[in-house]
Design a protein around this ligand. Structure first.
Ligand SMILES: Nc1ncnc2c1ncn2[C@@H]1O[C@H](COP(=O)(O)OP(=O)(O)OP(=O)(O)O)[C@@H](O)[C@H]1O
Ligand SMILES: [Mg+2]
Length: 414
């Protein structure tokens, strides 16, 4: 992913807790494991050479066991904890180099943080809690209260303006926390396990609400969680941390289908892969695609080259019109009647797929499909041919889903 169009880039970030972090950053220590460094020097390597890039509008999820460095990471992004080494680029500017005035401005305007334990001010009413970020920016009372009202409407808390945090349930308090983080309209939203203190039902509601809200506000979000379901639901990409390092970073499909190691596999165990994977993950470019104005001889050529029994037929806009089979094209040529194009020979594709359809849906559709054609077309919402799902890809996915991961294998053989 290129650095230039990333909204947020973290590059080679280190955080060492202890009296002499600089010493630990010297070559003889930096290659040693966290455990060794801690045992021999008493320093804790909380972040070890962390690098990732987040695009504008993306929800980037960070997962990892307790103590893996997630909170340290997200706090370093605002410099609530000072990094020991490395860069945090926001719109290409390294905020690690900011002086205190620019840093304050950055914190007030560009980035908002939602904390795990709400972090509301108990002596202030809901409205004043939400308006707080604008108050410290010096925004006048009327404007900030109007904005706070708007946000309370967004998070469905109208009528609670004058209540105090202790009068609200956990879910409601977290909504206030979210409204407060959004009040200054930051471009980046940092969320450190924002929903983990909530009971499961409220938690799911809050996730749905965040998804709905994100469609509207399109922020760049870094979201920390322990919970895989939450990560899969919210994240466009997921980074998995262990002992201060990112050990794998990718889409949920990549993490689930090819976990980097046992630790990652452990996180994804028990996930119904077919629900997570989409048609696009098993789609390939179409092997044989011909234009409607091409004749049967050209179509046959294309099929022979690809060793296929059929070809997809498209118009000049790449819209899928149907398929032509090897048999139909051969017959037309054998009959010797000259045909200028494929109009009379095409037939409707037996099924068309959308790229974001879940594989589980596809598998259920294919239960009694006879695979007369060896591949099915994938089209976009305008009917343009994007690719194909080949029979072998479906077979591959069925095997992958049925194959236990390393841990399950070990358990089975024990
Ligand atoms: N101020 C500190 N001084 C010394 N060590 C610290 C400090 N803050 C964090 N650590 C250590 O850094 C490591 C990472 O902590 P961090 O809070 O980032 O983990 P986490 O992934 O957020 O865990 P959790 O899921 O429990 O919130 C831990 O080993 C922790 O003990
Ligand atoms: Mg934490």
């Amino acid at each position: 992913m290129s650095l230039t169009n990333a909204k947020l880039s973290v590059i080679g970030l280190w955080k060492v807790f202890g009296p002499h972090p600089k010493r630990i950053l010297q070559p003889e220590w930096r290659s040693r494991s966290r455990k060794e460094v801690q045992q021999e020097t008493g320093h804790v390597i909380a972040l070890k050479d962390v690098t990732f890039h987040v695009q504008q509008g993306e929800t980037f999820v960070v997962m990892g066991l307790s103590g893996s460095g997630k909170s340290t990471l997200v706090r370093c992004l605002l410099r609530l904890i000072e990094p020991s080494e490395g860069q945090v680029l926001v719109d290409g500017e390294d905020i690690v180099r900011y002086g205190s005035r620019r840093l304050t401005r950055f914190r007030r305007r560009k980035a908002g943080m939602v904390f795990q334990r709400f972090g509301l001010m108990p002596h202030r009413c809901v409205l004043d809690n939400v308006a707080w970020g604008l108050e410290i920016q010096g925004v006048d009372r009327r404007t900030r209260e109007r904005r706070a009202h708007e946000l309370l409407e967004t998070v469905d808390l109208v009528g609670w303006e004058n209540s105090y945090p202790h009068e609200l349930s956990g879910g409601m308090q977290q909504r206030v926390g979210l409204a407060r983080a959004l009040a200054a309209d930051p471009e980046i939203l940092l969320m450190d396990e924002p929903f983990s203190a909530l009971d499961p039902l409220i938690r799911r509601e809050m996730q749905d609400e965040l998804i709905r809200l994100q469609v509207k506000i399109n922020k760049t979000i870094v979201f920390i969680t322990h919970d895989l379901d939450e990560a899969l639901k919210l994240g466009s990409r997921i980074a998995i941390m262990r002992d201060g390092e990112i050990i794998q970073c990718g889409t949920s499909e990549e993490i689930i289908m090819s976990p980097a190691d046992e630790y990652v596999g452990e996180f994804t165990r028990g996930v119904r892969k077919a629900d997570i994977l989409s048609v696009s993950s098993i789609m390939k470019p179409p092997k044989t695609r011909v234009y409607i104005w091409q004749g049967p001889a050209l179509a046959l050529n294309a099929m022979r080259e690809a060793e296929e029994e059929f070809a997809f037929v498209v118009d000049s806009q790449e819209q899928l019109l149907g398929v032509v089979t090897f048999q139909a094209a051969t017959k037309a040529i054998d009959r010797g009647a000259w045909r200028p194009d494929l109009h009379d020979l095409i037939e409707k594709a037996p099924m068309t797929l959308f790229p974001n359809a879940p594989v589980s849906w596809l598998l259920s559709k294919l239960l009694d499909y006879d695979w007369r054609l060896e591949a099915l077309p994938v089209v976009d919402s305008e009917g343009k041919l994007l690719g194909e799902v080949h029979r072998t890809a479906v077979r591959g996915i069925t095997t992958a889903i049925a194959t236990p991961n390393a841990k399950e294998k070990a358990a089975q053989s024990a």
